[in-house]
Design a protein around this ligand. Sequence first.
Ligand code: NIG
Ligand code: MN
Ligand code: MN
Length: 323
Amino acid sequence: MKHYEPPKKNLWTGRVSNKWLYLHEKVHCTPLEELPEAQKKSIALLGYACDAGVHRNQGRVGAEDGPDAIKSSFAKMPNHLGSNVLLHDVGSITCTNSDMESAQEQLAEAVTFLLQKKQFPIVLGGGHDMAYGHYHGIKTYLDAKKEGQIIGIINFDAHFDLRKNTEQSNSGTPFYQIAKDCEKEGIDFKYLCLGIRKDANDRNLFQTAKDLNVIYVMSETFQPTFLEEITTFINAFTKNVSHVYVTIDLDGFSSAFAPGVSAASPMGYNPYMVVECLKTIINSGKLISLDIAEMNPKYDIDGQTAKLAASLVHHVAHSISGS
Ligand SMILES: N=CN[C@@H](CCC(=O)O)C(=O)O
Ligand SMILES: [Mn+2]
Ligand SMILES: [Mn+2]
């Protein structure tokens, strides 16, 4: 694999207990080609070390170092996963500006492979162009089953990322590309966005969202006061799909929590909103795969964005495995 980098053991350091008290003691650094089929619950962390899409989208680069920053922050956290749960770091997909599309294809192949090996993939980015590869990896896996599965995408984000890829694809175009692929195939585009900001999406983007029947909750409504209504929205959405792909763009959080991104959101939302929604999604039993996008260590302060991303991974890993 041209764009594949095996796991780096040096990211997995922290306090030593010799009793698996910390996640760096729990993790297995397993290159993709050595990954066995899971016999019990197994989580695979895969990086998308690429900011070419952010660069193409006129954003601030630095997200190619995002996956490593999240992994090394996660490594130091306490491990509450039971002995019946496995955790693998399977390395990263890398890319350069000129070959982002082939990196997305390799990401798709890697995600399909992880699902075939009965792993729960958590992909860490990297620009949000990651979503195009991630979605297609899930789709290829499900299509092979020939059971007519419907993928619902839930995106926690300040942005729709529905820009038209008329010239080139980038970090702002992945969901438009997916919508066009769905149209070609004659299948519904099922896309729910949580945390959309009016001051971060132009009129054309709102029009595209309307044309594509996108369901969305604005950032000012994505607040604890409306949690009950939002939970109802999520349940209605998950009811009509067979599988849910969750993508979390860190730039949807207030920059008070997540300064380490390309396009910061001073008026963004609170992490607890996302955690509450994740509980609802996980309870549906339909979550197939998840990613965290746009981690940019270059603009982080005291590693707090990396730590926020790592906390989200911590929550999901423990929650899906009942630990
Ligand atoms: N993935 C990010 N997409 C945003 C970036 C906005 C910005 O750079 O200000 C978008 O294209 O809308
Ligand atoms: Mn965004
Ligand atoms: Mn995004």
